[in-house]
Design a protein around this ligand. Structure first.
Ligand SMILES: Cc1cc2nc3c(=O)[nH]c(=O)nc-3n(C[C@H](O)[C@H](O)[C@H](O)COP(=O)(O)O)c2cc1C
Length: 161
């Protein structure tokens, strides 16, 4: 089972995650904050690498074969709700994961590295990462990057021949 977990404030990451789910057949789970904060606090909390409470969401990967985390870039880092999700992941050791990052223009590599470090600390195995741009998503163009990303997941998730 491929689990695609995403956080999306303004809908871009959600669109990309849904497009990926169509391609790889994954199950989508949305990370929902318990409470909303203003734009300034969003940026500050992300910048400081803080965590913030989220609603119940699947963190137990016991029945998951492959995890994809899709997140927007906030302050060259990731939203506090995604930090919280990552810290709650259990039964993850040895399982593969990929990272999908959505951004306005810069910081995808740093954001992907944060997710990667956090999941590798749980014993998970990094497979691939990709990034998309807000302007592409708004224009309805996801580009070849998402196709290639989907291929890396399908290949890694396929049972060994
Ligand atoms: C608080 C905040 C900080 C952001 N910081 C960055 C940034 O450092 N780099 C960047 O490229 N985009 C940044 N963005 C833009 C988002 O990554 C971009 O709008 C993305 O499409 C949002 O995804 P969503 O619609 O799923 O919420 C930021 C957005 C917010 C709300």
């Amino acid at each position: 089972m491929i689990l695609i977990v995403y956080y999306s404030w303004q809908g871009h990451t959600e669109k990309v995650a849904a497009a990926l789910a169509e391609r790889v057949g994954g199950r989508l789970e949305r990370i929902e904050p318990v409470s909303e904060v203003g734009m300034f606090r969003k940026a500050m909390m992300a910048m400081l690498g803080m965590r913030a409470a989220i609603r119940p969401v699947q963190t137990n990967l016991a029945d998951v074969d492959f995890l994809v985390v899709a997140t927007p870039v906030w302050s060259q880092k990731i939203p506090p709700y995604v930090v919280e999700y990552l810290s709650g992941v259990t039964n993850a050791a040895g399982k593969p994961f990929s990272v999908l990052v959505e951004m306005g223009g810069s910081g995808a590599e740093k954001a992907a590295a944060i997710v990667r470090k956090s999941l590798e600390a749980k014993g998970m195995r990094f497979v691939s990462s990709a990034s998309t741009l807000e302007s592409e998503v708004d224009a309805g163009r996801l580009g070849p990057a998402i196709e290639e990303f989907a291929r890396t997941i399908a290949q890694a998730a396929a049972p060994a021949a």
